[in-house]
Design a protein around this ligand. Sequence first.
Ligand code: NAP
Length: 269
Amino acid sequence: MINAETQLYGVMGNPVRHSLSPIIHNGAFRRMGLNAAYLAFEVENLAEAVSGIKGLGIRGVSVTIPFKTQIIPFLDQLDEVAGKILAVNTIYNEGGKLIGYNTDWRGALGALEEKAHLKGKRVVLLGAGGAARAIAFGLKERGCQVFIHNRSPQKAADLANELGLIHRSLSFNGRLDADVLVNATSAGMSPNDEESPVPKEILAEEMTVMDIVYKPLRTKLLREAEERGCQTIDGLEMLARQGAAQIEIWTGKKPEIEEIKEDLRRALE
Ligand code: NAP
């Protein structure tokens, strides 16, 4: 029941009407018995939107494309990890002080660690965009040997240099020498469902393959990885966990991941 005590949360991005975040958060708030509501805000002017958060006392905001880096100068404080990643996907309004966090890396690493032991593993990370930055940071934190490959090689080289990782232009001839493969590019995302970032032949049975694309849920990469006998992790695992980590920051309470995944699966189907 929305009443005068209801706390307001939301996501700001542009475009944002496709966002699954309202599904994640409103479902979790309801189950947790919190008097809170979560809306999607399609933002044109970031400065005005930030004034709105403060002026209206909006408690917490998810930040998505294209604002994850642009938001940083508008914040009063940056969590240490978000400062290293240089991307913010979560704002907590602590009595008028806006604090920026990044939960994408926690979401991705949580999903991976449920299926694979990461320390010392060779991980090939595809992509050098916003999500790849967060995941690269997390993989380094966990002591992985990280190889970054990107369609635009210079961006991969820049990210690798910045984080002290290895940049490798993969030839994709024969076998991929890796324990874990993570796709953090948009390749395979709807409407390009029949696209995969790597040829099927390089996938080997002992690999764990994670795709962070979640539309469609069973991407071509994951379908082919399954056919090759790999362990697979879909994009919903990261999505649910990054959202759950946001709720924890905002409320201090942990939501049930499995129930969030169920809501998301239903919405995606
Ligand atoms: P971004 O900052 O725009 O980066 C896009 C990345 O994908 C770049 O590395 C780009 O390479 C690469 N790329 C785009 N199209 C490609 C193609 N056809 N073939 C190969 N590489 C391609 O986007 P982002 O925020 O990192 O998001 C990337 C993907 O992750 C999106 O599909 C997004 O929906 C998904 N995502 C999922 C979650 C989750 O929780 N599951 C969270 C965040 C993002 P260039 O540098 O060469 O352009």
